[in-house]
Design a protein. Structure first.
Length: 709
């Protein structure tokens, strides 16, 4: 047995201390499409150990960034293994101790990784039950397990614990894909909402994040940043900084930094540096970016086609052509990027706030000229990521400076640096031509998206003639700053691309319904054959108290639905619009979600509530101000994220569907927010909003123009 850990079998058991070990290999059949083999090497991606003390340690390359997978992963293993949740110890995101994993993103942890973890627990249970049967002299089918103790079903006094069975054992098993999982009807832990394993630490302040880490003799570093992306350093004078007591100045290749044992003197030293820059031409800007994106995007790629688009357009009784736009959005996580690095005995150890510890390890090794085995990345708790911490520039900076100085170095970005270095959700454009036939059903759907990718473009509606084309992608990995399409780096942002695509598609559906004088819910149901989506929509209508009426009705009711990460979502909202100021107040939101088996109901509802609240930002207020590569928003005084005072009443409803394996929960709800609020604004005042965010001035102008957007 070997793995990305570089361990042989003897070294492996020295690491885990013996016991019963079950290894998980995520093969192509557990992953998505043709990319599986490229994304996941043929190797072990997680393992669990049942130790001699009866405790179960799960080693997973996933990380905890507030989404609750520390707890839900433990629940899945405990359920299948037959132990108490308190017996589970989770080790996450440590590249020396955990097998390889690409990263935590895309609502994939429970959906794709969960089945493998459950199978590992079931396999370990089978091994231990077999050992128990031999120890107790009875067939396995006469045994039951509860709380890590195996008992003869008809003789409760005859039992043996997992701890006793593991004592002295050195047993290794690889997950058998045929391992029998527990039925939903037999769940004891899955489907419940125990206290989160990280709750006490976070509430008491004991929880450790990367910026909380301390090492003896460590230095705090501040890095010189250009005034805008694409700027070139032409003159540098560090003499004033070098004269400050205790300050170390580093200039190596493209990095200029000042370091001190106290962060405040380090900041003062940075301010003392004199630098001159050659600046690129500052274009485009937030208003010109959309024409720029369409002009500069790569050629259109046909993603989906069925029927005859040309004939459908000619034969439609009505055709609707609309262009939708959305600006750049920052991640703005509460925790800024931070890392602590130490170079000791030829090895680099980095504690980093990152969603991707293994890619971070590999990049650090490459930049430092080290072997991968000589770099260790440890991910403590992460204070929000939303895709933005898939990038790990601060970890590379800390590692470089630690190697140069020979000291432990911490790099913690300021809020201004966080905004400047962010990989923003890209600005994007969607153009739709749709049509209806004599029966009032959608007969034409011609959809073109620029820069948002295709996530969220697959609709549940029955459309006989459809074409989906895409130019560019939303940026699963950061694009190079100053690229021909975007003036700075872009990347994944919670529900990447789907927020824009659902906004455009569900707004277009509402446009058609209104033009036909049909209630928005009735119009959707008229064009649906997907029983699962019909069920979710009807459940939403019941929970919301939807009363049929064509829009605009003056009530301020909106509806949107989507399919994302395997989950089906229907969201309804009520808004009030101040026509004089253009301000939108969201009164309430009801979101119904079918996500298959629900591992942790309260955790799932928290993700829905959090997604909808975060979605208020991209829908109503969050849009990056910039001039070319110059980032004008550097803090929350100008970049407005949702406030507690603006949070509406939110009701999250989970549709029971135990016939389906657990699906994604972290992102689906947010994908509907822009659409449901835009549709609610139209219902309230008759103004169709075609650009996100719906800033007050835009709403006011749209009301004055009555639908020109």
């Amino acid at each position: 047995m070997s793995s990305e850990l570089g361990l042989d079998r003897r070294s492996f058991f020295q690491l885990v201390g013996g016991g019963v070990v079950v290894l998980v290999s995520l093969g192509p059949d557990l992953l998505f499409a043709q990319e599986a083999k490229r994304l996941y090497p043929e190797d072990f991606n997680a393992y669990l150990v049942v130790g001699e003390n009866g405790r179960v340690t799960v080693f997973s390359g996933k990380i905890e960034m507030g989404q609750g997978v520390l707890t839900s992963q433990a629940q899945m293993v405990a359920e299948e293994l037959g132990v108490d949740l308190a017996a589970i110890d989770m080790v996450l995101g440590d590249t020396d101790r955990c097998p390889w994993d690409r990263g935590t993103f895309g609502s994939l942890t429970t959906r794709m990784f969960g089945p493998a973890l459950r199978a590992a627990g079931a396999q370990a249970r089978l091994v231990l039950m077999t050992l128990a049967g031999e120890r107790l002299g009875v067939p396995v089918d006469r045994l039951v397990v509860h709380g890590g103790v195996v008992t003869v079903a008809s003789e409760p006094t005859r039992s043996v614990s997992y701890a006793a069975l593991s004592k002295g054992a050195r047993i290794t098993r690889v997950v058998d894909r045929k391992a029998v999982l527990r039925a939903a009807a037999d769940f004891k832990l899955m489907g419940t909402s125990p206290q989160r394993l990280d709750a006490r630490g976070k509430v008491t302040g004991a929880a450790q994040y990367a910026a909380d880490m301390r090492l003896p003799g460590m230095l705090y570093a501040h890095v010189l940043r250009p005034p805008m992306h694409g700027a070139t350093l032409t003159r540098l004078d560090t003499s004033a900084a070098e004269k400050l007591a205790g300050v170390t100045v580093v200039r190596r290749d493209d990095i200029v930094a000042v370091l001190h044992a106290d962060p405040e003197p380090a900041a003062k030293a940075l301010a003392a540096i004199q630098a001159a820059w050659r600046l690129p031409e500052a274009k485009p800007d937030p208003d010109g970016i959309f024409a720029h994106i369409v002009a500069k995007s790569a050629g259109l790629v046909e993603v989906t086609t069925r029927g005859d688009i040309i004939a459908a357009k000619a034969g439609a009784t009505r055709v609707f052509e609309t262009t939708f736009q959305k600006g750049y959005v920052a991640h703005a996580a509460l925790e800024t990027h931070a890392a602590l690095a130490e170079f000791k005995n030829g090895r680099m150890t980095v504690w980093a706030s990152t969603q991707t510890p293994f890619p971070a390890r590999d990049q650090i090794a490459k930049v430092l000229g080290l072997e991968g085995k000589d770099v260790r990345v440890i991910t403590p708790l992460v204070g929000g990521g939303f895709g933005g911490k898939s990038a790990f520039g601060q970890a590379v900076e800390a590692a470089r400076l630690a190697q140069i100085t020979g000291k432990a170095v911490q790099v913690a970005w300021t809020r201004a640096e966080e905004f400047f270095n962010d990989t923003f959700d890209p600005a994007s454009v969607v153009k739709i031509a749709s049509g209806v036939d004599q029966t009032g059903r959608v007969s034409l759907w011609d959809y073109t998206v620029h820069a948002a990718g295709v996530r969220g473009t697959t609709l549940a509606y029955a459309m006989p003639n459809a074409r989906i084309r895409s130019a560019g992608r939303n940026g699963d990995a950061p694009a190079a700053a100053g690229s021909s399409v975007h003036p700075f780096a872009v990347g994944a942002w919670r529900g990447p691309g789907a927020n824009m695509n659902v906004f455009a598609a569900e707004s277009q559906i509402d446009i058609m319904a209104s033009a036909l004088g049909v209630d928005p819910l009735e119009f959707r149901l008229r064009n649906l054959t997907d029983a699962r989506m019909i069920r979710v929509l009807r459940a939403a209508a019941t929970a919301f108290g939807w009363k049929a009426a064509p829009a605009p009705s003056g009530r301020g009711f909106g509806l949107a639905c989507s399919i994302d990460a395997g989950s089906y979502v229907a969201t309804m909202a009520e808004v009030k619009v101040d026509a004089a100021s253009g301000r939108v107040k969201v009164v309430r939101i009801v979101c119904v979600q079918d996500m298959g088996i629900v591992v942790n109901p309260e955790g799932a509802k928290m993700q829905i509530e959090g997604g909808l609240t975060m979605g208020l930002g991209y829908a109503l207020s969050e849009e990056l101000r910039f001039r070319g590569g110059e980032i004008l928003d550097r803090n929350f005084d100008s970049y407005e994220i949702p406030k507690f005072s603006s949070a509406p009443r939110v009701e999250a409803v989970l549709v029971k569907n135990d016939e389906l394996a657990p699906q994604g929960g972290g992102e689906p709800a947010i994908t509907t927010t822009g659409a449901v609020l835009a549709n609610a604004v139209f219902d309230a005042v008759g103004a169709r909003m075609l650009r996100l965010p719906m800033l007050p001035d835009r709403v006011r102008k749209a009301i004055a123009a009555k639908g020109t957007g």
